[in-house]
Design a protein around this ligand. Structure first.
Ligand code: TYD
Length: 218
């Protein structure tokens, strides 16, 4: 078999939904900075563990060397395209790992995935590429992702999110109100278009957010 054929086969297999590709289940948490998804996704994973599931919690940017490059690009890259492609490269590696976990029958809870690139880089690149941006971002991601069984979008007013972030150190360039408003609007559109999405009001206490997510597992 030529290497080209092999590549084509493997990329074709990747976009299958997690349910079809494996016995595990794949849950993703998305939201703007300050929406609380890191806390909520961890607690969600803990709750699943408590009811007997074999759970892996993971996040993007990843903690691998590639994730380190992403964080570096986030601070230093001049080209928004270079930065975007690094997010995608990190995801391509991460997806292989996620696929293994799912094939082992594990439940995977992921803090940020393809939705983050569509929403954040959707805003950043639109200035450079115009209305073709979303189509391009979807095309670049399509061969390297596994479709989540469920994507929870934690929705929080960007001003409230900003005020939560002010309390933290190390704000990055994304954590600006105007930018977050645009990202928030794009997330809302993604949630309308993608049937894996469920929107949760993230201004509620964490326990309530978790209860809602649990009710929407199926
Ligand atoms: P974040 O979840 O805030 O990580 P941490 O809690 O460790 O700071 O993600 C870091 C930033 O990266 C965040 O502002 C969103 C951005 N990001 C993108 O722009 N595109 C992507 O594809 C991903 C995964 C993250």
């Amino acid at each position: 078999m030529s290497s080209e054929t092999r590549i084509e086969r493997s990329t074709r297999a990747e976009p299958l939904s997690a349910a079809l590709a494996s016995k595990g289940r794949f849950f993703v948490f998305e939201g703007i900075d300050g929406s609380g998804k890191s806390t909520v996704s961890r607690r969600f994973a803990e709750r699943l563990t408590a009811v007997g599931k074999d759970v892996v919690w993971t996040a993007e940017p990843t903690s691998s060397w590639m994730g380190d490059q992403v964080r570096r690009a986030n601070r230093e890259a001049e080209s928004a395209f270079a930065e975007t492609l690094l997010y995608v490269a990190d995801r391509a590696e991460h997806t292989l790992q996620i696929r293994k976990w799912l094939e082992e029958g594990r439940w995977v809870v992921c803090d940020r995935y393809v939705g983050s690139t569509l929403a954040y880089q959707g805003v950043t690149l639109r200035r450079l590429m115009g209305p073709r941006t979303m189509e391009w971002l979807k095309a670049v991601n399509q061969p390297i992702i596994i479709r989540p069984d469920r994507t929870f979008l934690l929705k929080l007013d960007p001003e409230l999110a900003m005020s939560r972030l002010m309390d933290r150190e190390g704000r990055d360039k994304f954590e600006k109100l105007d930018f977050l408003r645009k990202v928030d609007a794009l997330y809302a559109r993604l949630a309308e278009d993608d049937p894996s999405y469920r929107v949760i009001d993230a201004s509620q206490p964490v326990e309530r957010v978790l209860d809602e997510a649990f009710l929407m597992i199926r």
